[in-house]
Design a protein around this ligand. Sequence first.
Ligand code: NAD
Ligand code: GLY
Length: 364
Amino acid sequence: MSKKHVLKVELGERSYDIIVQPSISRDAEFYLKPFISGRKCLIVTDHTVNDIYGHKTAKTLSGSGAKVSSVVFKAGETSKNLDTIREFYQKAVNEELDRSSLVVALGGGVCGDMAGFMAATYMRGIDFIQIPTSLLAMVDSSVGGKTGVDLPEGKNLVGAFWQPVLVLIDPELLETLPANELRCGLAEIIKYAVILDAELFELLENNIEKLKKLDLDFYSGIISRCCRLKAEVVSKDEREGGLRAILNYGHTFGHAIEAVSGYNSILHGEAIAVGMAIAADLAVKLGTFDKTSADRQEKLMKALELPVTLKNYDAEKILEAMGNDKKKQDGKIKLILPEKIGSVSISPCADRKLMLEVIRNRCS
Ligand code: NAD
Ligand code: GLY
């Protein structure tokens, strides 16, 4: 039987557990009861996830003593906006949720970010639980308390830091995740390896087949390793005063690519993969990252069938969209650049001409 991993995000009175356990539904009531027994629970989920896991999750929550209702939205990044949040508020009011009620995010990162934002703001903040169902959400977005929605001008421009009270991860849910969505999670896993964990990078390089074939034991270990890395960073720097910015490796370019695409022609993880390729190129040009390591990153992304180039994007528009990124320092774009596999630096950058050159090389 696969091993259970219990991790903690240490944040004083806002600390919480992350449980990674295949077939978690057997024990889910045990984990959930202390948080939801006797409370009203609103499940927030998208149509795709609801069709597969909605009924079972509602049953587990009811079995744990909660009074359950659900609000379901159209799957995808184009739903991640304030109009959808308004629908959540309306449902919460109709169901008479009060300050003792709780939100359960059942889905990928889009769902978790929106459910968390709704929980952060409804009645000035109510509890929420993350049950991530995509690989990306399991290794990244369900942990750390960043919640929010997009504006047409940029990704995640409206949001709040609001930590969940519990994160329940069942890697078996990945069995229904489409292959392209699995790859998006792999992009975030590569991100952790490049920024913090050279051993993890080697482990990925040496286990391509296990990753492609969805070896669940292997995934459980990798997911908990990534959650541990993220928990350590978040515990040290919850609100991104400094260190936490490293988690945005590839994201400044990636978010701009998503914004330019109108959020509907490229998936978040794919944009991040291209963003990491651009960041590595830039670091090589600046002389801070060796070409051999950049090639290793590229080889790993290609082996996992992640995109490293795009066609027909306007580099000027991507650079302009980067100007709207939240991660700015003294008006300058803040970039996360690799130094070696397992280590990155945060640098305000850079020469506009050079930035355009590296973007153009990958995106046109
Ligand atoms: P997503 O939530 O849109 O999920 C991807 C797709 O997979 C959706 O169509 C969904 O319905 C489907 N899906 C999810 N789980 C499934 C399952 N088990 N079986 C079948 N289908 C399933 O996208 P995502 O890639 O999970 O998340 C991307 C979002 O996460 C972006 O908005 C990004 O900004 C955000 N994000 C947030 C953080 C954070 O720290 N808050 C970190 C990284 C990314
Ligand atoms: N995904 C970036 C962060 O959580 O800070």
